[in-house]
Design a protein around this ligand. Structure first.
Ligand code: ADP
Ligand code: MG
Length: 701
């Protein structure tokens, strides 16, 4: 029993009820298994001793843990009882430092002698300008601990530290527990996978991760443990998606008929790109096959996703079904509606728009036509999801800009149809492939990785505050040529008031600077009606300049707008900048994007912004963004979140391992689809245990 680590923590030697309680509430550790999986965050080279003098810089740089060697000059006890505090003045000849204990003062005082040499291990800080270390580990220079070469450092909380549970406490408990085991830990990976992928066995990996014998072994151990985490995710996703595909029947849409063909010969204003053709083929294969389609189409802004969606909807019509297209905002829904209506004008398709502001009379008409089947395509906002919206035969639902729709809303689509409709999700936020594999592992993914020909990339430059006059001149030249300009300000929640002021000032500023051209203003604090009216002024060309916060990020289409100025660009994420920039460069004219920034920016920030000036490839940008900010912040994923709490793997950095884990998961499920083979029993139990602790997030539509 021990060897699977299911032992409750308080029975583990060195823990006891009180510590078990703390480890549970602070770190979520319940069993010995959890403890073994509480991996170090880093390792300290114990042979490196810092001088106290050098610690002043270390404090400034917020260095985690250091080791110093010296003597206590004096001790001082202040206060009494619970308020008692022990301080020691510590010196290594280069400088002095104050060492402080709030707990166990008497015991510490009895153990330490002034004038003797000690090695202290802890996090340096400063208090009132004095160098300080609180609750360090203290070793005699000849002790066993001081002889270690590498020391694992564990994640801790302040409360644990105050209760004298240090990184060393955890380290010692884990090593004691490991040495008390009478047999090796049973491996939690399928044996076939361990063999095929040349993984280190679990027992060795766990021992090494806590007590590395050298860099090579540590690397192999880390690989094994990362692989395992990512493998669990992939197995879970794949298993769900295979089950769903097997269990959920979809409408079968084998026919290509009149609508599609007429559209092709009469309406299609240009040749499709190769990427568009490929994605349409992928969609066709899905919907003709009899299983329900759940496909994510990723394509950069302007790559022609709308057209692909439209053609998919025509296929549904050809097979006797209705289709709907949902967009996150009224403006965007309105634009889709106009676009589609104008493209299909020649073939007499019945398309209607349904939003929150659709008039009662029109709603009744839509309701009737939906129910009798004479309405072919319904374009709309969330309003489409309302209960009263009943289709005659909804066969395909297209969702544009996926990340604005919640999972629950998507689920409501299922109730609109006896058999779940095929679902096509379109997103302009490129998600790095490996991330998509993890976050949307349950969806099939198509990528439109090619822009229609003749598109000129938006020329992007980085400019600083002192170049404002020149930027203004350039904007004016664009306006004089009859073009329109966006000026965008960040709006970050914590700074809402300040940001609002800056966008309002920017508006007043622009009115003066660009007179007599008219300026419109849009931000989140405006009433929807006012917002729409301002937007309309810009869309119609009445206003030449639009000063806005990021509300324009999604979908506005004004081809005559050739220039975008982004103020405080350093405050935006790369993916967001990319989305914003996609608003220009939609017409035939050369377009520009100016990233404005303060002069004082860190070199990291400059590097980040320079990615924007060097490429317009959304996937390259998304990848870079993920590398720099971590996957949690990547737009489009925050809402769905990562399926598991990853302890050691890093979605941003471990892309290759994700791909290997994916392949291995496929191989496992091919051989043992329900994971019932006896040799996989330990793995199956471990997988079930991991899943129990996480929410079921994966039913994405
Ligand atoms: P997305 O929704 O991916 O941002 P859209 O579907 O709105 O892109 O297409 C952007 C513009 O490109 C539209 O004006 C559309 O008519 C045009 N377009 C789409 N596909 C092609 C193509 N194959 N060739 C030329 N222009 C195209
Ligand atoms: Mg679009």
């Amino acid at each position: 029993m021990l060897a699977t680590g299911r032992c409750i923590l308080k029975y583990v030697k060195g823990i006891g009820p009180q510590r078990a309680q703390l480890l549970s509430s602070e770190l979520g550790l319940e069993t010995a298994f959890d403890l073994l999986r509480h991996y170090p965050v880093s390792y300290i080279d114990r042979s490196a001793v810092r001088s106290l003098r050098s610690l002043h810089d270390a404090v400034a740089a917020d260095v985690a843990m250091v080791q110093v060697k010296g003597r206590f000059i004096s001790f001082n006890v202040i206060g009494e009882g619970a308020k008692m505090r022990l301080t020691g003045l510590f010196s290594d000849g280069s400088a002095t430092m104050e060492v402080v204990w709030f707990k166990g003062c008497r015991a510490v005082r009895n153990r330490l002698r002034a004038g003797e040499e000690y090695i202290l291990f802890g996090k340096p800080g400063k208090f009132n300008g004095t160098l300080q270390m609180v609750h360090p580990e203290v070793d005699a220079p000849d002790s066993v601990a001081a002889a270690e070469t590498v020391r694992a450092v564990y994640p801790l909380t302040e409360k644990l530290r105050r209760h004298n549970i240090t990184s060393r406490t955890i380290h010692t408990i884990i090593l004691q527990f490991l040495s008390s085991l009478r047999m090796p830990l049973r491996d939690t990976m399928p044996p076939s996978t361990v063999a095929a992928c040349h993984l280190m066995d679990l027992d060795t990996a766990i021992r090494i991760i806590h007590n590395p014998s050298g860099p090579d072994a540590l690397a192999k151990a880390r690989f094994r443990l990362k692989f395992e985490e990512l493998f669990y995710i992939q197995v879970d996703m794949l298993r769900r998606s295979r089950k769903r595909k097997a269990a959920t029947q979809g409408y079968i849409m084998p026919r290509i008929g009149k609508w599609f063909n007429d559209f092709y010969s009469l309406c299609l204003p240009f040749e499709l790109t190769e990427a568009q053709k490929r994605v349409i083929k992928e969609i066709r294969a899905d919907i003709a096959g009899g299983r329900q389609m759940n496909r994510l189409v990723q394509g950069d802004v302007g790559s022609g996703k709308t057209l692909v969606a439209l053609m998919a909807m025509l296929l549904a019509l050809d097979n006797g079904y209705q289709a709907c297209l949902m967009a996150p905002t009224e403006i965007l829904a309105g634009q889709h509606y106009e676009t589609i209506r104008s493209i299909v004008a020649k073939i007499g398709l019945n398309v209607r728009l349904l939003t929150g502001s659709t008039k009662a009379k029109d709603r009744r008409l839509i309701d009737d036509e939906l129910r009798d089947g004479s309405l072919h395509i319904l374009v709309g906002t969330h309003a489409v999801l309302e209960d009263r919206v009943e289709f005659h035969r909804l066969g395909l639902a297209v969702i544009d800009e996926q990340h604005r729709f919640g999972v629950a809303q998507r689920a409501r689509l299922w109730s609109k149809s006896a058999v779940p409709p095929h679902v096509l999700v379109m997103t302009a936020t490129p998600i790095p492939r490996t991330l998509a594999m993890t976050v949307y592992g349950d969806l099939d993914v198509s990528v439109i990785d090619e822009l229609p020909p003749g598109r000129k990339p938006v020329a992007t430059v980085l400019r600083y505050d002192d170049q404002r006059v020149k930027v203004r001149d350039a904007v004016r030249r664009q306006l004089d040529q009859g073009h329109q300009v966006y000026i965008v300000y960040p709006l970050v929640k914590e700074n809402e008031k300040l940001d609002l002021r800056s966008v309002e000032e920017g508006f007043a500023d622009a009115e003066v600077a660009y007179a007599p051209y008219k300026v419109a203003l849009v931000h989140g604090q405006l009433k929807p009606a006012v917002k729409d009216e301002q937007m309309e002024r810009f869309a119609s060309g009445e206003a030449s300049v639009l000063v806005a916060t990021t509300v324009i990020e999604v979908g506005v289409n004004v081809p005559n707008a050739t220039t975008m100025i982004i103020e405080n660009a350093e405050r935006f994420g790369l993916s967001q900048l990319h989305q914003l920039r996609g608003r220009v460069g939609r017409g035939a004219d050369r377009s520009y994007c100016v990233l404005m920034s303060k002069h004082q920016i860190s070199s990291d920030t400059r590097k980040r912004l320079e990615i924007m000036t060097s490429t317009t490839d959304g996937f390259v940008i998304a990848e870079a963004d993920m590398q720099m900010r971590g996957p949690g912040d990547i737009e489009g994923t925050a809402q769905s979140g990562l399926p598991f709490d990853l302890k050691i793997a890093d979605i941003a950095r471990d892309g290759q391992i994700i791909q290997l884990a994916r392949k291995a998961a496929e191989a496992l499920l091919d051989a043992d689809p329900d994971i019932v083979a006896p040799e996989n029993a330990t793995f199956a139990a471990a997988l079930a245990g991991t899943l129990q602790r996480t929410v079921d997030w994966s039913r994405i539509s």
